[in-house]
Design a protein around this ligand. Structure first.
Ligand code: MG
Length: 267
């Protein structure tokens, strides 16, 4: 065998893996790796003193943990403000059916106002190591969802945080709109009913499914990776479920217990 040619081929084969592991190391900050699995705090790190779901405090506490990212939910009010809240109702207020002034009166469990997307992004921008995993909630019509996606993208560009964003949605239409307008970003569908290949054909580069889907179809993890797609799983918080999904080799654990998930990955 020509050893020079062999070394060249070996170098060419190994180089992408080296570059890829360097890229993933820089993207995920200080969090230790275990088989590449990383942690996303579901609605931020809220399950702790002084925090609340989808609050700025929950984002700051997720940033302090040094994990991959904080997930948060977005609804668009009747007068077109993008608010960070799960909905459809927040304390009996139907977020998409009222103007923002009604939402502005509400207080979260930790005393904060319901954050506006711009406030969340401004806080997120202060720590570039923590990714912002934006879930756009389904809206009444595809037209409304298109408008919401356009406004999110406009704001993400205004605050120059595009490189920090991942997008997720239960709305296939919203996912496709994000993929169209932000082709460099990771966009994952939450619904669960499509195989990785089917999603890929629809232009979506990630799956973010309830863990029961991966219990039924563990082969989807490998299939997705073969297709160059990311695999995220929600919402798992018990030690047993977390370990099962780590062993399956998913890329992201979306969890209400990011401290435990981080501990399992550090061991
Ligand atoms: Mg969510």
């Amino acid at each position: 065998m020509n050893t020079g040619l062999f070394s060249c081929r070996l170098f060419a084969a190994v180089l992408p893996a080296v570059l890829l592991s360097f890229a993933s190391f820089s993207a995920q900050g200080a969090e230790p790796l275990s088989g590449g699995t990383r942690v996303i705090a579901h609605r931020g790190y809220w399950n702790t003193e002084g925090s609340a779901q989808n609050s700025i405090a929950a984002l700051k506490k997720a940033q302090a943990l040094g994990i991959y990212g904080a997930e948060f939910d977005i609804n668009r009010t009747l007068d077109g403000r993008l608010v960070v809240a799960h909905g459809p109702k927040e304390q009996n207020v139907e977020l998409q059916k009222v103007n923002y002034d009604v939402v502005a009166e509400l207080r979260l469990k930790n005393g904060e106002k319901v954050p506006l997307l711009e406030d969340y992004l401004k806080c997120g921008k202060k720590d570039k190591q923590t990714r912002l995993v934006l879930e756009l909630k389904p809206h009444d019509t595809p037209e409304l969802e298109s408008v919401a996606v356009q406004e999110v993208v406009k704001m993400v560009k205004k605050y120059k945080v595009a490189a920090q964003m991942d997008f997720i949605s239960f709305s296939l239409h919203a996912c496709q709109e994000f993929a169209r307008l932000m082709p460099e970003s990771s966009v994952a569908y939450l619904g669960g009913e499509f195989t990785p290949a089917e999603l890929k054909k629809m232009g979506i580069n990630g799956l973010d499914y309830h863990y029961s889907w991966f219990e039924k179809h563990p082969e989807w993890v490998e299939e997705a990776h073969r297709l160059g797609m990311t695999v995220n799983v929600w919402t798992i918080s018990s030690r047993e479920q977390l370990q099962k999904m780590i062993d399956l080799g998913v890329d992201f654990l979306t969890t209400n217990d990011p401290v435990l998930a981080k501990e399992l990955l550090t061991r």
